[in-house]
Design a protein around this ligand. Structure first.
Ligand code: ZN
Length: 256
């Protein structure tokens, strides 16, 4: 029995000693100057090598590289080691599109959603009579104006002059918009198109959007209806095409 008590005591002493040492260690860790560790971390990150770069170097060493690639790699090596492969541009889009967008936003931003450089296949699909017509992939329209509620296409705007064959490109777009029965406006690809000029060209689009209302509840198209009876008899309303499942109704002339 005595031996057993001694054995237990020894274990308790060990446990307490261990806990004391651990506590001391934790305190030392908390008080430590962390900059040493940070420095170590920075050094380690610098040493990490991009696997693609490694492959490229191996490729170069095997003697199969083109001169241009050698130039790119050596340029990378000579610059700062932390330079990324992708860098955020200072501005969105190119200057012409950006300036045009800013003016367009001021003119039409309240009424329309404006999308920039929209791939055609996002809002047009090829019909059954496609035949040998060229496909839509890889083609864009500079701007697309959509009705705010319904998210339906109101019109396209093309800045003419971009791309390798601008006239052919524009004629293709024109024909496409004719077929989908949506207007396509065009402006020259220059940076000094004024707000007034844009507003003047958008007159018809604004007028049309006033006629084509969208339901405030579900966003679908609305039809003009006349109340036959009740206290509003004789008055005209915009009624959702989904009526009666959707009760979206607005008085004509309520909105400007
Ligand atoms: Zn509705």
């Amino acid at each position: 029995m005595a031996w057993f008590i001694i054995f237990i005591s020894i274990i308790i002493v060990f446990v307490m000693l261990f806990r004391y040492l651990r506590k001391r260690e934790m305190e030392a860790f908390r008080e430590a100057d962390m900059s040493v560790f940070e420095d170590f971390k920075a050094k380690r990150e610098k040493k990490l090598v991009d696997p693609i770069e490694l492959k490229a170097k191996a490729f170069l060493a095997s003697g199969g590289a083109k001169k241009s690639m050698t130039a790119t790699l050596s340029a990378q090596e000579s610059s700062q080691p932390n330079e990324s492969a992708y860098v955020l541009k200072k501005d969105l889009f190119d200057e012409v599109h950006r300036l045009f967008y800013e003016n367009l936003e001021r003119v039409a931003g309240k009424k329309f959603r404006i999308f920039v450089s929209v791939p055609l296949h996002e809002f047009i699909r090829t019909g059954p009579d496609k035949g040998n017509e060229p496909g839509l992939r890889g083609k864009h329209v500079s701007f697309l104006l959509c009705n705010k509620n319904a998210m339906t296409v109101a019109c396209g705007i093309q800045l003419r002059g971009a791309g390798s064959d601008p006239d052919r490109q524009f004629n293709f777009l024109k024909e496409l918009f004719r077929q989908i029965e949506k207007p396509l406006l065009d402006f020259p690809l220059v940076s000094n198109i004024s707000e007034a000029e844009i507003r003047e060209n958008l007159q018809d689009i604004f007028a049309e959007s006033d006629l084509a209302r969208s339901c405030p509840r579900c966003g679908r198209e609305m039809m003009m209806r006349k109340a036959i009876k009740g206290k509003n008899a004789g008055k005209k309303f915009w009624v959702c095409t989904e009526f009666p499942s959707c009760k979206g109704i607005t008085r004509i002339g309520r909105f400007s």
